[in-house]
Design a protein around this ligand. Structure first.
Ligand SMILES: Nc1nc2c(c(=O)[nH]1)N[C@H]1C(S)=C(S)[C@@H](COP(=O)(O)OP(=O)(O)OC[C@H]3O[C@@H](n4cnc5c(=O)[nH]c(N)nc54)[C@H](O)[C@@H]3O)O[C@H]1N2
Ligand SMILES: Nc1nc2c(c(=O)[nH]1)N[C@H]1C(S)=C(S)[C@@H](COP(=O)(O)OP(=O)(O)OC[C@H]3O[C@@H](n4cnc5c(=O)[nH]c(N)nc54)[C@H](O)[C@@H]3O)O[C@H]1N2
Ligand code: SF4
Ligand SMILES: [Mo]
Length: 669
């Protein structure tokens, strides 16, 4: 006898698909898409179709572990939860006595997007007085770029794209990273819409595009300004919209745009001047052009400015006036819940220092006064996902660093732990979810018992808090009790939802979520001119770059999600190994051949790959998709040994794509 339950895909993906989980004898045996989900409408991606193989993988961690071998070797002995808890409390007390609580650093990101589990550590670490973590690895600079022009204006409903007549997928690999958005794109195409892909190489998303424009990495800001220059030049601006609803157009037109001639923009981007002119004509003639902006373009030294320039573009033709025009930048549903009930900023002790998560390498190896002496990693795999891997691993290998890792699998980070704690999967704990690619929210219950002795993030942190003697009532709450607190607080954004459906575990939409025609900026207008910023107007400046000749794209892979899903042999095989894609001309110039083991290198590190010689990638650019676990890598380093800890122009975000390398034959073969 089997039973069916509703759940949510917990991963850091904009779609937050609805799941139907079939449970038999206490095991999840099958998952399918929930046909009643308003956005995913019954389909899942190829990664999640076989989720039970992850949940019941023989490689799941099932007991707490204590390190018995050298750091990083992954040699452990099983211990009980009580012993693990006591050891953590004992070691933390020693650290606090010696250095103060700021010497303890929590490190987490979005292993699960559930609001409870994702934020479960905050209350404890705030109460403890630990260092704060600036969680800006993903989309901080993209958010700043949008806010510079649009303030707190929400983005349109994702289905609005169905009515667009010209869709620009700008630096987004939707076929891999936002696949349900493409259903709307296909609907629009049926009605005659054209689709452009603006990219650095031919990603799988190329198949939906009518035209692909490959640019030199980090130059899209110049392209956006060049298109605006041409809209002015060709008389394609919407003068009424610019007069009534936009601030600062005259200054942009007079002070900035004249420099962005098609010739100049062509040189910057590697497009031809004619292409820039033609793109502007077609954009200006479209009735409701919509730009879907990915995260990639924002992960450069000029990333926030690039996004700001692209967001400005549709203002010139008044595209924001159309319900389906403008930009889609991901939904902001953060205010739908009183997250403070979980994160408890009121418990912060004093003014602890803040450490940027992109600079973990420096934090672990260079900070003194106090040093980072205790690290607690959960829902994150920094040994391979954080930039400057050599520094990160050097830090994690410190004998005087006490590291706890709460995980579902023996990840590269867990291998460096002193104590490993087994984590539940999303089917084993309750949570509340909000999507960032749609306006859906949903609750999910645990549908199976925890695998082995695994515990959820909230169980771990509330237990630790009590063991440390913290008496705040929040730490006595069960996960369900905390969810009740979260939902008891009413929020305007949650008004008008179908409460009965939400309570029953169905995904429901936030009717007040999408853009309603008003601009939430100080002036009430679209702010091409933003007087609150150092650079009052959008402009272009080059990314950090580097001496080496090739731009490295550290791109997402179709069959994984950051470093998640590498436990799955089927998905690893579909990726076909840790590859570096390179143009035949670049390969020939270096005497390299297809399928050869090669080494990409720069001042930060050396990383082995299998070479994939392909004309999907233009000369001058190389591509490494996915973040491979080191046990499946051809060498002993992952792609992030080549990326730097430098931050973006605004938002203090990551600059993964702002990476230059050269490539030669591997040393190890
Ligand atoms: N299958 C899969 N799905 C995922 C993920 C995954 O790893 N795999 N990751 C998840 C996460 S955490 C996130 S944040 C999102 C990310 O989703 P996306 O926004 O799609 O991915 P990004 O890494 O941000 O980069 C998207 C694209 O930007 C391109 N790009 C890089 N530099 C430039 C540039 O200078 N100009 C232009 N025009 N394009 C450029 C890259 O080639 C890449 O194809 O996806 C989520 N979903
Ligand atoms: N080279 C390169 N580097 C990148 C990127 C890139 O495109 N290229 N993308 C960057 C981006 S956009 C992001 S967002 C980051 C993401 O980096 P991370 O947040 O580290 O994401 P994942 O690699 O998916 O690792 C999440 C881990 O959380 C664990 N986990 C899942 N659920 C739970 C749970 O309930 N509890 C606990 N304790 N653990 C759980 C999973 O097993 C997994 O190992 O990586 C960044 N790094
Ligand atoms: S990874 Fe994304 S597309 Fe795949 S099931 Fe999860 S939410 Fe849906
Ligand atoms: Mo991300």
């Amino acid at each position: 006898m089997s039973s069916m339950y509703r759940s949510v895909c917990p991963y850091d993906c904009p779609d937050s698909c609805g799941l139907l989980v079939e449970v038999e004898n206490g095991q999840a045996v099958h998952v399918a898409g929930d046909p009643e989900h308003p956005f995913s409408r019954g389909t899942l991606c190829g990664k999640m179709n076989r989720y039970p193989e992850t949940v019941h993988s023989p490689d799941r961690l099932t007991t707490p572990l204590r390190r018995t071998g050298p750091k990083g070797h992954g040699v452990f002995e099983p211990i009980s939860w009580d012993d693990a808890t006591q050891e953590i409390v004992h070691r933390w007390r020693r650290i606090i006595a010696q250095h103060g609580p700021e010497a303890i650093l929590p490190y987490s990101y979005a292993g699960s997007m559930g609001l409870i589990q994702r934020n479960a550590g905050h209350a404890l670490f705030h109460r403890l007085g630990a260092s704060l973590l600036e969680r800006t690895i993903c989309s901080a600079s993209k958010g700043e770029g949008w806010a510079a022009v649009m303030g707190g204006t929400p983005t349109v409903h994702p289905d609005a794209v169905m009515e667009s007549d010209l869709i620009l997928l700008w630096g987004i690999n939707s076929a891999a990273t936002n696949v349900h958005f493409l259903k709307g794109v296909q609907e629009a195409k049926k009605k005659g819409a054209k689709v452009w892909l603006i990219e650095t190489y031919r990603t799988p998303t190329t198949t939906v595009a009518d035209e692909v424009f490959l640019v030199k990495p980090g130059t899209d800001g110049a392209l956006a300004l060049g298109l605006m220059q041409q809209l002015v030049e060709q008389g394609l601006c919407n003068e009424v919209f610019l007069r009534d609803r936009v601030q600062g157009f005259d200054r942009l037109r007079d002070e900035v745009l004249p420099r962005y001639t098609p010739q100049f923009v062509g040189e910057q981007t590697r497009l031809t001047a004619e292409t820039v002119i033609r793109m502007a004509t077609l954009f200006g003639q479209a009735k409701a052009p919509q730009i879907n902006i990915g995260g990639g373009i924002s992960r450069y030294g000029n990333g926030a400015m690039t996004v700001r320039s692209i967001v400005s573009l549709p203002a010139l033709t008044g595209a924001y006036d159309s319900p389906s025009g403008g930009c889609f930048v991901g939904t902001r549903t953060g205010t739908a819940f009183a997250l403070d009930k979980v994160t408890r900023p009121d418990l912060i002790q004093g003014e602890p220092r803040t450490i940027n998560m992109n600079q973990l390498g420096d934090a672990l190896t260079q900070l003194n006064d106090p040093p980072v002496a205790g690290l607690f990693v959960y829902s994150c795999n920094p040994a391979i996902v954080a930039p400057d891997q050599n520094k990160v691993l050097l830090g994690l290998a410190r004998e005087d660093l006490f590291t706890v890792v709460h995980e579902r699998f023996m990840t590269d980070t867990a291998r460096y732990a002193d104590i490993v704690l087994p984590a539940t999967s999303s089917l084993e704990h309750a949570d509340v979810y909000r999507a960032y690619g749609s306006y859906c929210i949903q609750q999910a219950q645990a549908v199976i018992s925890p695998v082995g002795q695994s515990r959820s993030n909230w169980q771990v942190f509330s237990t630790l808090a009590r063991a440390l003697g913290f008496e705040e009532p929040v730490f006595d709450l069960s996960t369900e009790g905390l969810i009740d607190e979260l939902l008891a607080a009413e929020r305007p954004l949650r008004q008008g939802i179908d409460n009965a459906a939400f309570a029953a575990g169905k995904a429901v939409e936030l009717p007040n979520g999408p853009f309603d025609g008003t601009f939430h900026t100080p002036s009430g207008k679209i702010e091409l001119l933003n007087p609150a910023l150092d650079s009052e107007l959008p402009d272009f400046f080059p990314p950090y770059g580097g001496e080496e000749p090739l731009h490295l794209m550290t791109a997402p892979a179709m069959h994984s999600l950051n470093s998640t899903f590498y436990e799955r042999k089927d998905l690893r095989e579909r990726q076909g190994g840790m590859k570096l894609q390179m143009n035949p001309l670049d390969a020939e110039e270096r005497g390299l051949v297809d399928n050869q083991q090669v080494m990409a290198f720069n001042a930060l590190g050396e990383v082995d790959f299998l070479l994939d010689v392909t004309d999907r990638v233009p000369a001058g650019t190389v591509v490494a998709e996915g973040i491979w676990w080191l046990e499946f890598a051809p060498g002993n380093r992952g792609v992030n040994a080549l990326t730097s800890q430098k931050l973006t122009d605004m938002g203090r975000g990551s600059t993964f794509y702002d990476t230059k390398v050269d490539v030669r034959v591997s040393r190890t073969v």
